[in-house]
Design a binder for this molecule. Structure first.
Ligand code: 5BU
Length: 278
């Protein structure tokens, strides 16, 4: 078996992951033969749930920005959890926490959205330093949740690069029980490790947004790469696709299904090519 995580199958990697959320994601990817995550960035509860019900069969994960929803009520969460059970997908609230430990612990557990109570995965900017992990893990670890650190971003001119990215990976290494991986544009294996630091045992998940097959950007700084570039060439584990799947009109169900199938097939083909023996 290869020691490089991205040369192993998702199933092999699931066996060795101790964090329940990471394990669940890897198992779900394998079971559904899908490394596609859909980002559902719409403002109405009706569109949000309708899109998720349509894409559900094709995805391993649904990514939310719960604060976008204009008519939010707690029943939306019950409905989201029912869809997660019906279609077998993991939930990731893309909250991008970025404050002191005490504040993020409150933002994660409390307020209107109570993210920790329903989201298997969430993410945080490393900018405040390791205390952000301490704060979030005080809430999330007892619930079996996992955290992704934002090591890189997909946007033009992103400041998350170089020594910042290296520091993010070092922070993750020091908290491997709760930090299960990164939002990044490529694999982070060995990044920022000292010459004598053994990193062969680590297996961080890499989830990558900024994925599109038809356009290269959105005119607002977003940059798109194809599933093949992301999964095969850069070694990412999950492709995150938003507007490439639901487009500008969330009511066009046939088109959403066609696009979800297309991205699922592209992402899986790129993965199969990646794990092929050299
Ligand atoms: P899109 O419609 O595929 O462009 O949506 C991408 C989603 O991923 C959207 O919810 C962003 O907030 C999210 N995102 C991103 O695009 N780039 C990043 O670096 C990070 C998150 Br982190």
């Amino acid at each position: 078996m290869s020691s490089e995580p991205h040369r192993r199958t998702y199933a092999q990697r699931a066996l060795h992951h101790k964090n329940p959320a990471a394990k669940l994601l890897l198992e779900t990817i394998e079971r559904k033969q899908s490394n596609l995550a859909v980002s559902v960035d719409v403002a109405s509860t009706k569109d949000f749930l309708a899109i998720i019900d349509v894409v559900g069969p094709f995805v391993c994960l649904v990514k939310t920005h719960i604060d976008i929803i204009e008519d939010f009520t707690p029943s939306l969460i019950t409905d989201l959890q029912a869809l997660s059970a019906k279609h077998d997908f993991v939930i990731f609230e893309d909250r991008k926490f970025a404050d002191i430990g005490n504040t993020v612990a409150l933002q994660y557990s409390s307020g209107v959205h109570k993210i920790a109570s329903w989201s298997h995965l969430t993410n945080a900017h490393p900018v405040p330093g390791p205390s952000i992990i301490t704060g979030l893990s005080s809430i999330g670890l007892p619930l079996g949740r996992g955290l992704l650190l934002l090591a890189e971003m997909s946007t033009k001119g992103s400041l998350a690069s170089g020594s910042y990215t290296e520091a993010a990976v070092q922070m993750a290494r020091a908290h491997r029980d709760f930090v299960v991986g990164f939002i990044a544009q490529r694999r982070m294996d060995g990044v920022g490790a000292g010459p004598n630091e053994a990193t062969t045992e680590e297996d961080f998940l890499v989830l990558t947004p900024g994925v599109g097959l038809d356009v290269k950007g959105d005119g607002m700084g977003q940059q798109y790469r194809t599933p093949r570039e992301v999964v095969l060439e850069s070694g990412s584990d999950v492709i995150i696709v938003g507007r490439g799947i639901y487009g500008k009109d969330p009511s066009l169900v046939d088109n959403i299904v066609a696009q979800a199938k297309r991205y699922k097939e592209e992402g899986w083909a790129a993965y199969l090519a990646r794990i092929e023996p050299a």
